[in-house]
Design a binder for this molecule. Structure first.
Ligand code: HEM
Length: 96
């Protein structure tokens, strides 16, 4: 997996998964992941957090909204203790 697990990402502090080798930039960002912060990140991660290791920008607003809705729904499902794994980084298309 290229990037960190995105399971339960919504509501989590950026760069807070133990064991993942985050950039100093993301660790120092102070971001809490919610819909607005995810939208800004996905629109241009390298502009949002200069020095990040995630080389991704998604121009289309609707596409970003769809991805964020998916991340919110998988975070909510996990809160109900239903096993579900959101992974990412192998390809953008790995996020339905
Ligand atoms: C729709 C696609 C994607 C979404 C929604 C997404 C989302 C995220 C989020 C929310 C984080 C922060 C995780 C945290 O704070 O624990 C992150 C980090 C990261 N992602 Fe992605 N990502 C996507 C695609 C990609 C792709 C295609 C790559 C690699 C080619 C990638 C590589 C990374 C890396 C390396 C990090 C750690 C960044 C750092 O430490 O500065 N991501 N991603």
């Amino acid at each position: 997996m290229v990037g960190p697990s995105l399971a339960s990402i919504v509501g989590r502090k950026a760069a807070s998964l133990p064991g993942y080798p985050y950039s100093a930039a993301l660790r120092g960002s102070g971001i809490i992941w919610d819909a607005p912060s995810l939208d800004k990140w996905l629109a241009g991660a390298e502009q949002d957090v200069p020095g990040t290791l995630m080389p991704v920008s998604i121009e289309d607003t609707r596409t970003r909204a769809d991805i964020i809705a998916y991340l919110q729904s998988s975070s909510a499902v996990l809160d109900k203790n239903v096993a579900l794994t959101a992974s990412h980084g192998n390809a953008v298309s790995s996020v339905p």
